[in-house]
Design a protein around this ligand. Structure first.
Ligand SMILES: [Zn+2]
Length: 389
């Protein structure tokens, strides 16, 4: 495995500046492409799975987190409040309370459940500077988050579907969990009172058939979790994806729906994240793939290499036809050096006089294999299929 901090700089994905601060990386153009591709993939997967996307602000009144329980149980990880015109505003430590309020913004019927609300949104964690590094531990986090509001009967199916989405995404990203963890409460006062046994039992059935470790002291303050753990290049484990069952916040926010019996009932909240924080997901992708991303994530998908200046106009014609394919022409330097420089690109095409005369293209894959000469239109159609997640 590669160290994403070193390779991330080499690949021009992200950087940091002491004037911005530790744990606050910025994304360079190629890194932003990887990030956007990842975000679009997750949004598409969520749309196809019945999620509706929302946006909510990264600031809220302190009172919101007093109600949710974050202020009492999670304050050490939050930034201090900002006084603004007699009000106290805080940077949010999670998206859950905002989504609970979106649920509560109008009356809900059992016919709307399960209601799946998703957001790729910012949240903030007051990490000490000593633990920060690259993209894997940051202070400003872009979280792939969602909350499913459902009946008690629906919890297990929803949690199972979320875990299935996580496994599907890992296949597309070509990454593997280090292990599955059932995160249980431990000793100490950081957990709310409630029906933990029932939530734990539900998550145990969701994990049935998968190898997992049950670990005490790793639950959220409001409920147990399934955590999908990954390992970095130094062998350190961290949580990327998670599925959680929560009876606490629906109670705190007085969430309700009208049942088939016309009476009011309390929904359950399932919290889930498919790829976790975008920062940590990209760090893992860099470490696992060493910069040779799956084609759909690659900043440059096709490099066109004209052998000499005579083939440059033809390369430009091909480039003009590339549409959404991320393609570039590399014309400077020796051909061998250009092929080596492009070793991270999934596809390259050397363009010589033979290609120009025939109006064709010969694709070279990252593993060194070469496809037969084919008409440009066929090659581009093939590439467009090859860069689908
Ligand atoms: Zn949540």
């Amino acid at each position: 495995m590669h160290d994403h901090r070193k390779l991330g700089r080499e690949l021009g994905l992200f950087g940091t500046d002491p004037l911005i601060g530790a744990g606050l990386p910025y994304w360079l153009p190629d890194g932003a492409i990887v990030r956007h591709s990842l975000e679009e993939y997750v949004r598409g997967l969520e749309r196809r799975s019945g999620y509706r996307h929302v946006h909510s602000p990264v600031l809220a009144k302190r009172e919101l987190y007093e109600i949710s329980g974050h202020w009492a149980h999670y304050r050490d990880d939050m930034y201090p409040p900002m006084d603004v015109g007699g009000e106290q505003l805080v940077l949010r430590p999670s998206l859950c309370p905002h989504h609970a309020l979106i649920y509560r913004s109008r009356g809900r019927s059992h016919r709307e459940l399960p209601l799946r609300i998703a957001e790729l949104g910012g949240m903030y964690r007051s990490e000490l500077s000593g633990v920060l590094g690259g993209l894997s531990r940051v202070r400003a986090i872009q979280l792939n988050d969602a909350h499913i509001f459902c009946t008690l009967d629906q919890v297990e199916a929803e949690a199972s579907a979320a875990l299935a989405m996580i496994r599907q995404a890992y296949d597309a990203l070509d990454i593997r969990p280090a292990r599955y963890r059932l995160s249980l409460p431990g000793a100490g006062g950081k957990y709310v009172a409630g029906d933990w046994d029932r939530s734990v039992e539900i998550l145990r059935s969701v994990l049935d058939g998968l190898p997992y470790d049950a670990v005490e002291g790793e639950a959220a303050f409001y409920g147990p979790k399934i955590d999908v753990q990954i390992a970095d290049s130094a062998g350190r484990e961290s949580t990327l994806s998670t599925v959680q069952v929560d009876f606490h916040q629906p109670e705190q926010f007085g969430l309700e729906y009208v049942g088939a019996d016309a009476a009011k009932h309390r929904p359950v909240m399932v919290h889930r994240s498919i790829i976790g924080s975008v920062e940590r997901a990209v760090a893992q992708l860099v470490e696992v793939h060493g910069g040779a991303f799956p084609a759909w994530l690659a900043p440059v998908q096709l490099r066109l290499l004209p052998v000499s200046a005579a083939e440059v106009p033809y390369a430009r014609e091909v480039l003009d036809r590339c549409g959404n394919l991320r393609a570039e022409i590399a014309a400077e330097g020796s051909l061998g050096a250009r092929i080596r420089d492009g070793r991270w690109a999934p596809f390259q095409a050397v363009i010589g006089s033979r290609e120009v005369a025939a109006g064709q293209l010969s694709l070279r894959l990252r593993d060194g294999r070469r496809l037969d000469l084919q008409p440009v239109a066929d090659a581009l159609a093939w590439l467009n299929r090859a860069v689908e997640p």
